[in-house]
Design a protein. Structure first.
Length: 384
């Protein structure tokens, strides 16, 4: 973007905020409410936990054990498995945070970091099961279908990206996991990071607070931008133009789609209002959740700005995951019977039960993800 275009865009944004102060206030408040109810309980505890586990050598311990699975399947080191599990556990942008950390410490190469970034950023389980399936669709059972579509599409993208920028390297013999070597690696990592427990905990909380507040700022800011775009009918103009090109799709559907391209939650909400058939609602919601939204894109771009990771690979991965998730959701609907009654949105639970449900579900996803990866590594035999 040229300097003149940037100045004009910022001037228009500032003018819009001065003209519509109440709309700015309400949209920013809505973004922060969403952050408080869903993002903070899903991210903050796991931000602190990930910092502590990395300092304690947990990543190095499982890195040795999972090398036999991660290397041949995804062309990634075993340490990447921790990022994969945490990405599924906590949602956006945990995968980007940990990928940037591994790249900054030299644990992964540039190409490995871009492969890892491509498939470790997803909506949180609490958001898919609680906010979308139960709250918006009024069908809690659809949470399994939506999460399955998004997560399986994510794994497919991860496998496809094993062919991304493959560098020739000497063939290394594949050995079965060694608990002794894993324990030694963990002890070595603890010796290198010789901070006292008090300093370690303080650093973890400080770093986690900074990151989670940055996420809150991005969510509030993009909520304001999207609200202003709707006030100025920009998304409506895009929807009308798209409808003229593809008349079989109605304008409200295109409008929900474009809102979802900017912000995932609003796109999901408008999808429920714009579409009546359940299979169409599920298709567009899966597409939007696979994409993630420009708000998430901005968060990831900010988090990897201190590294040499290329952002273009992340954009390609999100587009691939969105398309694959849409197709998988329709395939799953062919084999899953979902009740068609009571599709009205349910009331979301209160703050404290929601906090506990989010933490509980995320914890289960983390434990199950690490357990599955570990079992796959243990049962895998060396390839000849």
């Amino acid at each position: 973007m040229s300097i003149i275009a940037r100045v004009l865009a910022l001037s228009l944004l500032a003018l819009s905020m001065f003209i519509f102060p109440q709309e700015v206030l309400s949209s920013a408040s809505g973004g922060l409410t969403l952050w408080w109810r869903f993002v903070l309980p899903a991210l903050f505890p796991f931000f602190i936990l990930s910092e502590l586990l990395m300092a304690a050598g947990f990543v190095h311990f499982f890195g040795v054990l999972l090398e036999a699975f991660m290397r041949p399947v995804f062309r990634l080191p075993g340490k990447a498995a921790f990022v994969v599990a945490m990405g599924y556990t906590s949602g956006f942008p945990m995968g980007a945070v940990l990928t940037a950390r591994l790249r900054q410490t030299g644990e992964i190469t540039r190409e490995e970091g871009e492969r890892l970034l491509a498939f470790t950023n997803n909506p949180s389980p609490g958001f898919m099961f609680g906010a979308v399936a139960s709250g918006m669709l009024g069908q809690p059972t659809l949470g399994i279908l939506l999460a399955g579509s998004v997560y399986l599409a994510n794994l497919i993208v991860g496998f496809l990206f094993r062919f991304y920028r493959v560098m020739p390297s000497p063939q290394q013999p594949r050995r079965l996991p060694s608990f002794k070597k894993a324990w030694q690696e963990m002890k070595t990592a603890q010796i290198r990071d010789n901070r006292a427990i008090g300093q370690l905990l303080g650093d973890a909380i400080r770093q986690s607070t900074t990151t989670v507040l940055m996420v809150a700022g991005f969510m509030a800011f993009f909520s304001v931008i999207l609200r202003l775009l709707n006030i100025w009918h920009i998304t409506l103009l895009l929807a009308t133009f798209s409808h003229n090109m593809i008349q079989i799709i109605q304008i409200p559907v295109f409008q929900a789609f474009f809102n979802g391209l900017f912000e995932m939650t609003l796109g999901c909400q408008e999808t429920i209002q714009a579409l009546s058939p359940l299979h169409q609602q599920v298709a567009l919601i899966a597409l939007i959740m696979g994409w993630g939204g420009l708000s998430v894109f901005a968060q990831v771009a900010g988090l990897i700005s201190g590294t040499d990771l290329r952002f273009s690979s992340f954009i390609v991965a999100r587009a691939l995951q969105a398309i694959i998730a849409l197709g998988l959701s329709q395939l799953f609907l062919l084999f899953v019977k979902v009740p068609t009654s009571s599709l009205a949105a349910l009331q979301l639970p209160g703050t404290m039960p929601l906090w506990w449900n989010t933490w509980h579900l995320s914890s289960l996803v983390f434990i199950e993800s690490m357990a599955i990866l570990l079992v796959l590594a243990l049962i895998r035999r060396p390839l000849r």
